[in-house]
Ligand binder design. Sequence first.
Ligand SMILES: Nc1ncnc2c1ncn2[C@@H]1O[C@H](COP(=O)(O)OP(=O)(O)OP(=O)(O)O)[C@@H](O)[C@H]1O
Length: 720
Amino acid sequence: MPPGSIRGSSLGPGRVGTPGMAPGTAMSRAGSAPLSPHHRHTGSQGTHGHENIDVNDNIKVVVRVRPPTEREIQNRDDCAVVVDDAMHMQVAFPTQQGPSTRRFAFHGCLAPDSSQSDVLHACGITQLLDAALSGFHATIFAYGQTGSGKTFTMSGREERIGLEDYAGDTDDGIVTRAALYLFEQIGRRRDGYTYNLRASYCEIYNEGLYDLLKFTQQQLAVRWDSGKGFYVPDLYVRSCNTLNDMMQVISRGMAHRRMGSHELNLESSRSHSIMTIHCDATPVNSQNPEQGVRYGKVSFVDLAGSERLRDTKSTGDSALKETSSINRSLFTLGKVISALADNQPGLHVPYRDSKLTKLLMDSLGGSALALMIACCSPSATHVEETLSTLSYATRAKNIRNTPFVQMDPKDAMIAALQREVHLLRSENSYLRDQVAASTLPSGMATPLESGRAMSLTSQLEDMGAAGQGLGPGFGSPDQQEALFGGDASHMGPQMGVAMFGSRPSSNLGPSRGPPELEPSQSVPDPVPVPSNSVPSIFGAPTSATVNLAAQAMNGHGSSGGGVSPTELAKKLAEAQRLVVRFSRENERLSSTNEQLRVRRLVVDNDYKGALDEVDVLRGRLESLESAFLQSADSSSILTQVLREHEPELLAAHLSKASLAGMAMRHPLEQSQQISPSPSPGVAFHSAAGPPPASSTVSQKNADEEGRSMTRTRIHLENCW
Ligand SMILES: Nc1ncnc2c1ncn2[C@@H]1O[C@H](COP(=O)(O)OP(=O)(O)OP(=O)(O)O)[C@@H](O)[C@H]1O
């Protein structure tokens, strides 16, 4: 047994992947180990399984160990790789001190018997596809040594797709399954959007970039745009209205890929290929201020495998050139992965060192959701390459991306203006109501104020309030400040001006706009906007997302996808007019309200003065009352008072008393008699006895309000 191989596990059908497995033991147990029931599960799992993936924005890494090839079986190669469970694996390798093993953990580990359908679900690919339909950029790339199963994983037995009788296959790879899934989804979705799929296919061969759909020897240029990052302006992007259209793109692209044959793989890819499906989602109701056109996409990257000439036994200049070019670009990819994984501030990431890393910039440390499928052979013969692959895969796990929804900047701007108009309109109707009612409680927030606060909070929580920014000239600075919480740093300049700072972004072609873009025709840039459809397992956007979104909003500019510039300009002008109109109207209503407030204040002051006067009068009355009660000559005072105020009453009383021949009683008794119906609280009571329940004292306590005092005064006047 060669040093480093796993004891008793030479490769052969049914003998891969279980440590210490006796020769001839069936591999089914080992093979089924990596996939727990829920990992094998398909649609009904809700999130399509893969609960093991952390909810964060890091690149997800899944390792797939392929079954042994005929050659490996014939050579009775030993098995060096074992998948322990859904997330762990170990590799046995020789060292100078003797055999050793190393354990690895990934987001997913797929054993050799995993099916192509398992890959789709275990890797959470359906979630990535859903995310692409919701406006995210997603990248799936296969990495590994030559012959390790990258092309099989991505494309299946690709040669079959072009056949006349092709109708799907159990060996279908991720790309064809993804195309099917996307068409199924857009047929099923009832979310207020219409979807259009477009596709491009290119390859990087010997550091040259070629279009696989319009295959010519003409190399395509990779350009840099501060808004879009690296992109390929002349890449053909074909509109795919049906699954059949998409299959044609796939088979045509695959057919044009440069393949070669060598010792390790009879059909070895000699290039890195990138197939991209663009998912444009246009809102059905363009008036909905929350919706704008979203530009999601998903890229499938099948990398050429690293190879050693002594292993491939390739000869000839062209083979040497191919191998060295493949290895060089993979070496740069390794450096990029290492730099990003180290995550040291200010550290240079050498994206520009190869076309591959330029085009993968968005996927590695950028704004895309990314999945790396690291493929490896189970054979001890290739253990060195396997260890190298797994060590890169381990590093890649540390790469943090900041995904956000990609939306046309002008759509975002229109959406923001429409939201502003909506808020102004509610404020307007609120102010009108208040003016009509002539009262506005001070300190109460108007709908606009609270609406803005709410809008800001939800925008920030959702993802990327910055993306909603109005450029200067849209609304007043106050309005912008209210909308953006005072931080104007993420306001983009006025539309049409190229912006976008240094956001890492790489569009693998004219990612938006009509399928056949003219080279000179610019394409809209991605702009982050709030979205509530954030993919779950690939991580909800974090504050970093918002920051990046804000950064993104700082710079971009190009024409809108799907909407003509004239239409856009009209929409913007209309929204702007409305904002200005409502702003003016609301200013006027606010000032009317202010005047009403002042008038109200004056009335309140008058009212308060009247109450004070009532208080003074009440004091006087009380002192008069007590003087009256204590006075020895109270009867004469009463007679005097009655004479002045109630002469008729006094006359009637006197005549009645004289008729009855009665002696004059105590004036108080008389007053009680003559008072027709003393009202509660009337201040007449005997000085000798306690006051009745409805006395002045109780009245005083009850009548704190001036209103009551006024009533008391009226009663007293009546009695007098
Ligand atoms: N999971 C698998 N199940 C069955 N066969 C597989 C599997 N993975 C790979 N193979 C087979 O192994 C061989 C090599 O696979 P493939 O061509 O996909 O490797 P590769 O990594 O793309 O190599 P290269 O970098 O040279 O293009 C092919 O014959 C393929 O059919």
